[in-house]
Design a protein around this ligand. Structure first.
Ligand SMILES: [Zn+2]
Length: 214
């Protein structure tokens, strides 16, 4: 069983300093991220929430979902959010040969680049489950990918976590520069539906801006 770190420990950030865990800033800014979409209705709902609060976010997309749902993907781009690569089939680096892993990243990249509107300023990659071998990360960094991890995990995908606890995970742990993980997935929706509007409201009331990862 995985140990669940809601707030990433500074020691982890230090040991794995080749990964991006948070984005130092002197401004009151956080970086919301949504993994595993795009999914019709769920991603649309997320985009509507973000729009209401004029918040920007970064979406780590699964290539297979981009292929199935190109209109939803297009809407993410049109709304001015950032896009990141999350492999084609959501594979776990630790259990996957490097050859297959790089193929997965490339297939996702191809799918992303197919969209006529896409104009990526930087290559962002988040390893599914946060699990990637050092050799995989080294190669991807050589290909100019930034490996984006997180500072705060909402754990919205966990069925055994109540929606109130999920909100507490986010609000009690965020600080300026935090990268926060949510999921625009069916699995996470029962928590996300409660947590996202309340998080956006909290951020807005406390003078935080939500920006994209660049
Ligand atoms: Zn994922």
């Amino acid at each position: 069983m995985d140990l669940l770190w809601i707030k990433t420990h500074p020691i982890i950030k230090k040991i794995f300093s080749n990964y991006v865990w948070s984005i130092p800033t002197s401004e009151k800014k956080v970086f919301l991220t949504f993994d595993d979409g795009p999914i019709p209705e769920i991603t649309d709902w997320v985009l509507n929430q973000l729009k209401t609060y004029d918040a920007k976010a970064t979406f780590f997309c699964i290539g297979n979902n981009v292929e199935k749902n190109p209109e939803v993907f297009l809407r993410i781009i049109e709304d001015g959010h950032a896009i990141g690569n999350h492999t084609f089939n959501h594979v776990k680096g630790w259990n996957t040969s490097n050859k297959t892993y790089f193929k997965e990243v490339e297939m996702c990249e191809v799918e992303i680049q197919k969209s006529p509107m896409v104009n990526l300023k930087s290559r962002l990659f988040r390893p599914p489950y946060g699990k990637i071998k050092p050799s995989q990360s080294r190669r991807l960094r050589r290909l100019r990918y930034k490996i984006i991890m997180w500072d705060v995990l909402s754990a919205d995908y966990k069925k055994e976590i109540s929606k109130e606890k999920c909100l507490e995970n986010v609000i009690d742990n965020l600080e300026p520069g935090s990268i926060i993980v949510f999921h625009d997935s069916i699995k996470a929706f029962q928590n996300l539906e409660y947590v996202l509007p309340k998080t956006l409201q909290y951020l807005s009331e406390n003078g935080y801006q939500c920006d994209i990862i660049r």
